[in-house]
Design a protein around this ligand. Sequence first.
Ligand code: NAD
Length: 261
Amino acid sequence: MPDARPLSGRIAIVTGSNSGIGLGVARELARAGADIVLNSFTDRDEDHALARQIAQDCDVAARYIAADMSDPVACRRLVEAAGACDILVNNAGIQHVCPVEEFPVEKWNAILAINLSSAFHTTAAALPMMRKTGWGRIVNIASAHGLTASPYKSAYVAAKHGVVGLTKTVALETAGQSITCNAICPGYVLTPLVEAQIPDQMKTHGMDRDTVVREVMLARQPSKQFATVEQIGGTAVYLCSEAAAQVTGTTISVDGGWTAL
Ligand code: NAD
């Protein structure tokens, strides 16, 4: 009989996990038995309530630690405050869309800091903990934009390609130490962030919801279906499993065929 809770006794930190993919990944890791540290930059009652809900639903320990992933010191403090880290999921991310010559410098800096540099800082803080216990899993949430580009997303594409490069380097530095580092590259995932873009796109293109989703948002996703946060979470659970012990330094696309085109 397969172990229903293979991650029991493991502690997982998921950055940017009070909504969307991060929250979905945290839930799937908890369903697999991992204790959870949720994170975002806010410190509201509802953030802490999310952790309580996961603890109750999945019978694991879960807490929420506020830390701004644009701040290198806060990134490292998050890992220290967690006290231990067997599984690190670098998920926090933001987006801004603008032609390169008009791209606001502060947006470029913020995207690089939150989407790329935070993963460097949390990884640097977590690796000594993983080496001490002799086991670790680092899962970076990159994007199809870590493997291909789209116009007007210079900072995001640069950051996500950087995440893939960081992933490969960390994998080489940890090879043979029972620590793996991989990146998941989602295509479009229906998160609240993406859902909120649909009405604007309907207005801009004069299309109904189904048409705008199929023809505009999923134009490059051959399956014409969004990926789900549960599917991203399930992929993370796989990367944390024994079956994936020799999977390291690579990317797994969950993109409905986008990068096969
Ligand atoms: P989201 O906005 O729902 O989630 C982003 C998370 O990051 C939120 O929890 C937010 O609070 C957090 N965050 C933002 N700035 C932060 C900061 N300074 N410090 C700490 N946390 C911060 O969006 P999402 O769609 O769930 O995106 C999550 C990740 O998945 C991102 O890295 C994104 O690039 C990636 N991704 C998303 C899609 C998609 O279609 N939704 C596709 C590919 C990759």
